[in-house]
Design a protein around this ligand. Structure first.
Ligand code: PLP
Length: 439
């Protein structure tokens, strides 16, 4: 039996239903920015990974520095429990994260995925408020269009309409949601002030119940690739301070260079009280995330009735993952990513511009190493993916979005292949300006 048939017999893929027979490609190898694929019919193809494996593979596949770091740590030990034990990769990584993240984030808790780090962030916010004598503050202020992961508390602060709230009635926390921040392309000081005033009213009305404000800074990813002005974060900092709320930044998608700054918070020069980092942390090699918080939050929680942060995963601070994260930070610390991301941004901006002429396209936007074509209607995912591969690009569109978040090591010719592939796929599948639909 062929691999894809065996897969269909036993496996479940992300956001899929059993038996849907959605197209699948087999990955035979992955090197640099390229995936080597075999299709269901046995055809071989090579495609540039415009998704960087769901935004995490920033230095590319089989990166020699990361490969060597993994081999070196494997030769020492790959895992030990973190209760009562510690190790050099975790300590060094925590020190480096404290040094590179916005000021005031001085304490690190390692989690095994982005969603789990969000759970820890929410938990610590509630524990903080309880320890500070405000036990009724158990709810969160989130935003329409947000996404923070697939575990229950994380889903509970995700978009209340397009998220998964209606699928789990009664199980998701009853949180409060403000409108999404105004789009960067159209925002004015007035629209930002009006939005902030809306958030402020919610915070004021429910401050007795609210533990924290939770947001993806500058870019709401899964909820629509929505780019918004950094000034909104400054407003949130003031609102949180005014009403005794903690400010939580979910930098799982935006952190480590993706938006052009090391952290999206840096665009505003704002420090949150709690921050989550994941995805690109290990350069995409292994699952690892971190929750960072201020010493004030950490000390308050530690002095609280529970006497501890109530979390401790089996694979917490996995040494292999920490060693890879240290190697990935070594690569980032050369600073070369900055020039790459700036160049990629310019190339995505010019390369995707022709898409704006297509009748099916509603908007084209970029930020850092993120390029988005938003259609006026839902994307034909299977067709766009198929045509993308024909043009040598691996795309994974969703909703009304055909987008890229490429590895930072993409050179100019590779970003050109990506943008040309995206524009061609949209034109071919969704029709060009003349209304013709090429095969
Ligand atoms: N938060 C944000 C902003 C994300 O984009 C994601 C994943 O896409 C998550 C949290 C969840 O991370 P993970 O998939 O590692 O659990």
């Amino acid at each position: 039996m062929k691999l894809i048939e065996r897969d269909r017999a036993v496996l479940w893929h992300p956001y899929s239903s059993v038996g849907d027979n959605a197209p699948l490609w087999q990955v035979d190898a992955a090197t640099g920015v390229r995936l080597h694929l075999t299709s269901e019919s046995g055809q071989q193809a090579e495609a540039i990974d415009a998704m960087a494996s769901w935004w995490c593979m920033i230095h590319g596949y089989r990166n020699p520095v990361l490969d060597a770091a993994a081999a070196e740590q494997l030769a020492r030990f790959s895992h030990v429990m973190f209760g009562g034990l510690t190790h050099e990769p975790a300590v060094r990584l925590a020190e480096r994260l404290v040094a590179m993240t916005p000021d005031g984030l001085d304490r690190v808790f390692f989690a095994d995925s982005g969603s789990v780090s969000v759970e820890v962030a929410l938990k610590i916010a509630v524990q903080y408020q309880t320890a500070a004598g405000r036990p009724a503050r158990q709810r969160f202020l989130g935003f329409h269009g947000s996404y923070h992961g697939d575990t229950f508390a994380a889903m509970g602060i995700g978009d209340p309409v397009g998220g998964m709230h209606s699928d789990f009635p009664g199980l998701l926390a009853d949180n409060f949601f403000a409108p999404r921040p105004p789009a960067a392309a159209e925002a004015t000081p007035e629209t930002i002030a009006a939005w902030a005033s809306n958030v402020k009213s919610l915070a004021l009305a429910h401050s007795d119940e609210l533990a924290a404000i939770v947001i993806e800074p500058v870019l709401q990813g899964t909820g629509g690739m929505h780019v918004y002005p950094a000034e909104c974060l400054t407003a949130l900092r003031a609102i949180a301070d005014r009403h005794g709320l903690l400010l939580i930044f979910d930098e799982i998608a935006t952190g480590l260079g993706r938006t052009g700054a090391l952290f999206a918070a840096d665009h505003a020069g704002v420090s949150p009280d709690i921050m989550c980092v994941g995805k690109a942390l290990t350069g995409g090699y292994l699952s690892l995330a971190a929750m960072l918080c201020s010493e004030r939050v950490a000390m308050t929680v530690s002095a609280g009735r529970a006497g501890a942060l109530l979390h401790g995963p089996t694979f917490m601070a996995n040494p292999l993952a920490c060693a890879l994260a240290n190697a990935s930070l070594d690569l980032l610390e050369t600073g070369e990513w900055q020039a790459h991301v700036a160049r990629i941004n310019a190339e995505l901006t010019s390369g995707l511009a022709p898409a704006a002429q297509l009748a099916a396209v509603k908007d084209v936007r970029t930020i850092g190493a993120v390029g988005v074509i938003q259609l006026a209607s839902p994307v034909d995912v299977a067709a766009v993916t198929r045509v993308g591969i024909r043009h040598g690009v691996w795309l994974r569109p969703f909703r009304d979005l055909v987008y890229t978040m490429p590895p930072f090591i993409c050179d100019s010719s590779e970003t050109e292949i990506i943008t040309a592939g995206m524009v061609s796929a949209v034109a071919e599948v969704h029709g060009d300006t003349t209304g013709s639909t090429a095969p």
